[in-house]
Ligand binder design. Structure first.
Ligand SMILES: C[S@@+](CC[C@H](N)C(=O)[O-])C[C@H]1O[C@@H](n2cnc3c(N)ncnc32)[C@H](O)[C@@H]1O
Length: 256
């Protein structure tokens, strides 16, 4: 009989930051990170990006081409920055679904949107990006902001997003990426591995989650690789825009 405490050597491994872990453990480890940071997530976003995440998200909304009456899915939507703007733009005849795998992040998102008076056209759904519980050809726009990096099987998630989009619908992937100059890359490395965990320790008493953030960014596919993955998943007209010197990239693909 096999010893259940020993890792099953037949199981494929994946990365969790710089660690190699069995695939079945990654989602749980990611969940622990977001349960731990949920309460201070918005504050940390502003501190770590110097408020720039708001500009990156604004550009995402502009490129989505969302219109009144549209149906929008924001997957890995967390505390609802994108969902809140989409709710205003689709209006009372549209619908926004904020989906996230993590109950703590969803709760912070739901409370925050209610506090800001956003109600009526937003639904909150706990869901895994790899297995979206929505019908085929359902949404005009799907977004995933700073979420794909955390997903274990990214190809499955991209195919699932393609399935739920209507033909002609748009997927927007906002994610950390690869700085376009090596000088910027070096400065960013110093910032990420020194300042991010320190700020995490001081503000959330959790340096480890912010070390994971820095490491997971380095392990995420670069601009061209992600573009290729979107093409392989079946998206058409895939393009990307670098922002802040490639520290962040916005990929867009259309469902044929
Ligand atoms: C860095 S936060 C981004 C939140 C928000 N989109 C934003 O830009 O502020 C990443 C989010 O991805 C969620 N997440 C991680 N893995 C996921 C998965 N497999 N499916 C859905 N959401 C996931 C986490 O729970 C977390 O809320």
């Amino acid at each position: 009989m096999s010893d259940p405490r020993k890792p099953d050597s037949a199981e494929p491994s994946t990365h969790f930051g710089y660690q190699s872990v069995p695939e079945s453990q990654k989602a749980q480890k990611v969940a622990e990170v977001f349960h731990s940071v949920a309460a201070k997530y918005d504050l940390m976003n502003d501190v770590l990006s110097g408020g720039m995440h708001r500009l990156w998200k604004r550009f995402t909304i502009e490129l989505s081409g969302v219109r009144p009456g549209n149906r929008v899915l924001d997957i890995a939507g967390g505390t609802g920055d994108l969902a809140r703007q989409f709710s205003r733009l689709v209006g009372p005849t549209g619908e926004v679904v904020l989906a996230d795998i993590n109950a703590s992040m969803l709760k912070v998102g739901r409370d925050r949107l209610l506090d800001k008076g956003v109600a009526g056209n937003v639904k909150f759904v706990q869901a895994d990006a790899e297995k979206l519980p929505f019908p085929d050809n359902h949404f005009d726009v799907v977004t995933i902001a700073f979420g794909l990096r955390n997903v274990t099987h990214k190809e499955d998630a991209l195919r699932s997003m393609l399935r739920v989009l209507k033909p002609g619908g748009r997927l927007l992937v906002l994610e950390f990426s690869k700085p376009s100059s090596s000088l910027l890359g070096k400065a960013y490395d110093a910032y990420s591995f020194a300042f991010m965990p320190l700020a995490g320790k001081l503000i959330t008493n959790d340096a480890e989650s912010y070390r994971y953030l820095a490491e997971s960014i380095r392990m995420h596919p670069d601009q061209e690789t992600l573009k290729g993955m979107m093409v392989d998943a079946g998206f058409d007209l895939v393009t990307y825009h670098n922002m802040t010197g490639g520290i962040v990239a916005l990929h867009r693909g259309i469902k044929p």
